[in-house]
Design a protein around this ligand. Structure first.
Ligand code: C2E
Ligand code: MG
Ligand code: MG
Length: 724
């Protein structure tokens, strides 16, 4: 018989299997044939005990059970079914129609109840309905399980991702974040829902992070990627670096973007993103970078970084017409210490030296370890040589105190060569090389000191020997010339003094200026002879003009530190001027502040002696050295010469002008005379006049000139009107 269209097929595709249980064999047979006729696979069990047996060996989709049966009744069968085949549906077919039996049967899980004698049509409809319902429930259950599995799988995929996965709403609030955020940053996903993404951004990256997703043209195919720092919870650990990849969700590819709503405060997901922890890579990069540009022992910048910074500083200095200083430092006794106490101690010493040197520097200065016991220092913006001089002295002083290395107390000195941009070189390599050359000159002259580079230093040894020989010859052959630069009283336009400035009329190289040969003269101790020569000539020239009637004319001579520091300085000087019959009150010696401060006791004694003999004392280049007002006040000083750099600044800006104001006010207060050096313009002159500074010297009134030219300008003629 062909199965009817209503026939139910069980889950595995076979015909539905029905167990029919009744103690009445007649009824059993008629039920079976009715159901068989409809294509079901029917198993008959006469009585409950037989039903038990069937249940042991076969699985059923439906059982039709009589209630009242001897020995094992329908309720027992239903109980057994519930425990052994819970998926099997039950229909009770019984003559029992009391309410209590029906309700008891339904409570035991019966799906329907058919009263005997049954109407075949009604019975078949009930069987059909129950089997259909069973099948629907099973299908639903099956789908639910598949969904659950699929959700589990996706949850697993998302939460096991090595990256943080998140979704944000249109305003940047979290709608979803996977549990990875807990292990990486310490947040519970639940605490972030509804909070703004900004909440976990490092303060330094808030602006970048907040606006990252606002730009145009961002999509899943073209996501926005940015590196950013995220805060760890509780901020005990350092913040970490992440590479974030994010894009707006396209409603076409995921129309259910609001599926995250409800659960998380009704927010609609508008952005999807992942955040990959790149902290280790960042740290490795930072370390590699540090290693490439630093010396690992002292943690100072290395040669490469130093050159980089110097290059930048030169560009800046060139643009802003400023000076800069490069220093080359070499420790004096390092090798001996390293050789005797071993490398470990040597390393500790270098670290200790570094710490002391660093304490002398300002922000913006670069100290680097150049190699071994050599350091270089860049002072990117200095106003004058004096700034560099001050720092060198500080550095030398800082290393003077002994170093404690274990049980050993060691002393190291430092030799410092200084090259100033632009005069000591305009390129990076020149500056470093010339600072190095200057450093060697310090070493050559007994170490532990500093020197500025000058051109005469860089001539090679052969040329140096030539120049030294030439200079000796020059002294013998009388090649040194004294030029005089007028010091003019600006209110009367009269020459009140002349500064003697040495020149060398070199037979081959032409006229040489002090910067070309004075350092060499000092180094070779020829300076004594040279000064003697200059003073002789000046006393002769100016002495003559004084005798000719310019009785107030002052002669200013420059003295080098070597001269002043000589024990017989006062006697030598006095003997010399007396030999020319030069009046001591017409002589003014110019020394720098540093000469005084280097050896205050000795020098002030000498100055007092000279002053007592009538010689005037001027401080040259005043304002650039380090002097204490306290001493100036107590020393027998007559004149302050304001350094050219401050006079130059009158044109360019307030600062220098302020210093001039201060120096002039101070000089007036201390009743000192004041001479402004390097006056070149009307404007500078007018400004100085307005301050009450009337004695000036500079190209405005003319440069230093030979005696015969100057002689013609003496007297009461306005100097400016004279054609030189
Ligand atoms: P100083 O004593 O400060 O001399 C002033 C320097 O400035 C001189 O340079 C002079 O020519 C220059 N000068 C004068 N007016 C102006 C101006 O308006 N603008 C500019 N830009 N420069 C001006 P010079 O002759 O090259 O001397 C340089 C330094 O050499 C002197 O500085 C002095 O310290 C030293 N010196 C010169 N002659 C002797 C000497 O016979 N013995 C010693 N020990 N040192 C000397
Ligand atoms: Mg001078
Ligand atoms: Mg000067």
């Amino acid at each position: 018989m062909k199965p009817s269209s209503t026939e139910w097929i069980s889950d595995n595709g076979a015909k539905a299997r029905i167990l029919v249980v009744d103690d009445d064999q007649r009824l059993l047979s008629s039920l079976a044939s009715l159901l068989n006729g409809k294509g079901y696979e029917v198993t008959e069990a006469q009585g409950g005990r037989n039903a038990y047996r069937m249940l042991e060996s076969e699985a059923f989709d439906l059982a039709m059970v009589d209630l009242r049966m001897p020995d094992v009744d329908g309720f027992d069968v239903m109980e057994r079914l519930a425990s052994q085949q819970p998926d099997c549906g039950v229909i009770v077919v019984s003559g029992e129609s009391s309410f209590s039996s029906v309700s008891r049967a339904l409570r035991r899980g019966a799906l329907d109840y058919i009263r005997k004698p049954f109407d075949p049509e009604e019975l078949l409809a009930t069987v059909n309905g129950v089997l259909g319902k069973r099948s629907l429930i099973r299908a639903h259950e099956h789908i639910r399980m598949r969904l659950e599995k699929s959700e589990e799988l996706h949850r697993y995929i998302v939460n096991s991702s090595p990256d943080i996965v998140f979704m944000l709403d249109g305003d940047g609030h979290f709608c979803f974040v996977n549990s990875k955020i807990e292990s990486l940053l310490g947040y519970q996903p639940a605490e972030l829902f509804g909070r703004h993404f900004r909440h976990i951004l490092d303060d330094r990256d808030i602006a970048r992070g907040t606006y990252a997703l606002k730009g145009p043209n961002i999509s899943a195919d073209n996501p926005r990627t940015l590196e950013i720092r995220l805060k760890t919870r509780g901020s005990r650990k350092a913040n970490r670096h992440f590479e974030i990849t994010a894009f707006p969700i396209d409603p076409e590819t995921w129309p259910h973007s609001n599926a995250t709503s409800g659960k998380h405060g009704g927010r609609e997901a508008r952005y999807y993103g992942t955040a990959r922890d790149v902290t280790e890579r960042k740290e490795a990069e930072a370390f590699i970078n540090f290693q490439a540009y630093h010396d690992l022992l002292t943690r100072l910048p290395n040669r490469a970084l130093f050159k980089d910074r110097l290059d930048l500083a030169i560009t800046h200095a060139r643009r802003s017409e400023q000076k800069l200083a490069v220093m080359f430092l070499d420790l004096d006794r390092f090798k001996v210490i390293n050789d005797t106490l071993g490398h470990a101690m040597g390393d500790r010493l270098l670290q200790a030296v570094t710490r002391r040197l660093e304490r002398c520097l300002r922000k913006g200065d670069t100290l680097s370890r150049f190699g071994g016991d050599e350091f270089t220092l860049l002072l990117p913006s200095i106003h004058s040589h004096e700034d560099a001089r001050q720092i060198s002295k500080k550095l030398i002083k800082a290393l003077r105190a002994p170093f404690q290395l274990g049980d050993h107390e060691v002393f190291v000195g430092v030799s410092i060569g200084i090259a100033i941009y632009p005069e000591a070189g305009e390129s990076m390599d020149h500056l470093i090389q010339n600072a190095d050359i200057a450093m060697y000159h310090v070493k050559a002259r007994g170490k532990d000191g500093y020197r500025f580079y000058s051109e005469s230093m860089s001539i090679d040894t052969a040329n140096r020997l030539n120049l030294e020989r030439d200079l000796r010859l020059a002294l013998e052959r009388d090649e040194l010339r004294v030029f005089y630069q007028p010091q003019v009283c600006s209110s009367s336009n009269r020459i009140v003094g002349l500064e003697a400035l040495v020149r060398w009329q070199h037979p081959e190289r032409g006229l040489l200026y002090p910067r070309d040969f004075l350092p060499l003269a000092e180094e070779t101790k020829l300076i004594g002879k040279l000064s003697e020569c200059v003073l002789d000539q000046a006393c002769r020239d100016v002495g003559q003009w004084i005798r000719d009637g310019h009785s107030d004319l002052r002669l200013a001579v420059n003295l080098s530190p070597v001269q002043v520091e000589h024990p017989r300085f006062v006697e030598t000087l006095m003997d010399q001027i007396q030999a020319h019959g030069f009046p001591p009150q017409n002589l003014e010696i110019e020394i720098t502040e540093n000469v005084i401060m280097n050896d205050l006791e000795q020098i002030s004694q000498k100055l007092r002696e000279l002053a007592a003999l009538g010689v005037r004392i001027a401080i040259d280049d005043f304002g650039t050295g380090y002097s204490s007002l306290n001493y100036i006040h107590r020393l027998p000083i007559h004149t302050l010469k304001v350094d050219q750099s401050f006079v130059k600044a009158i044109r360019s800006g307030e600062d220098g002008a302020c210093i001039v104001n201060a120096i002039v006010a101070m000089a007036h207060g201390l009743k000192l005379e004041i001479v402004a050096e390097g006056v070149e313009t009307d404007e500078q002159l007018a400004y100085l006049k307005s301050l009450g500074c009337h004695q000036v010297q500079g190209f405005f009134y003319g440069p230093a000139r030979p005696a015969d030219v100057i002689e013609k300008t003496l007297g009461h003629i306005p100097v400016r009107a004279v054609a030189f």
